[in-house]
Design a protein around this ligand. Sequence first.
Ligand SMILES: [Zn+2]
Length: 287
Amino acid sequence: MIYNFKQLVLAIILHIYEEENSMAFTEDLLLPSRGIIYQLPEFNGIVKVKPFTTKAYKDLLTANASEAGLKQFVDTCLVDCPVKAKNMNQHDFLAVLFKIRAITLGNILRTQTTCPECGHTEDIERDLNDIEVNYLYADNYPISIKLPKSGMDIKVRLATGADVAKAKQEADRRSAIFKKPASEFLTTYTIVSLLDVGNKDIIEKAEWFETLSPQDAIFINGVLTKLTDAFGVKLLHEDKCAACDKIYSSSIDIWGDFFRPDADISLGITSKAGNLAGPIEKPDISE
Ligand SMILES: [Zn+2]
């Protein structure tokens, strides 16, 4: 291969860049779903996470805290991951978010809580390493269930990001056709997107679901609730109000300052206000 000088310099820079990237610090994270729900061969649910860069943080701010922006941000921190952030189950996604925050900025999150009873606001520190995670274990996946009334055998899955997106897309489509709010369709579509019923597509499954006896529909709802509770990241935390002693739960705010680096800068300089005659000594009001 013949290089001119410019190409050669570029090739060297690219090489160094790739080298640095491949050696970048990563940490393993076991997803709460342990990867089971993605049904990918040879994926054991362990993902490699690396710290976010200044560029990724800048892009996140530019994206105006949009969900799509946050998912792109997360993708920049996943190394060789077979599941894109937008296709992750929300609990797997949260676990990745916390990991990214912890390995880039540290595991202590300084935040504020407000008591719903008296309005007292308190600065608190939360250790991200202490957040409770429930991991999913399943003998078979998707999970087979028998409907109590019809006796029908169907399979149930847990929601991936792709399922959520698909249900929303179909609800939006139906809403446009029937000129009704999408919310009228969304609940049913969200439920049936998690059910495997023969070879039915999502529309056919929604029609099938509506013809079910209430016993079977309620049973399915119960199964989905149980599955949702079976794994995940515990976002809620109980705090005791220092002002009124009330115990209340608060959640971790991902949007606020979650990814903002703290800078503790001490330069040994101060400034004093004044005018063209020089700095003005303020009288000590305590005297
Ligand atoms: Zn209070």
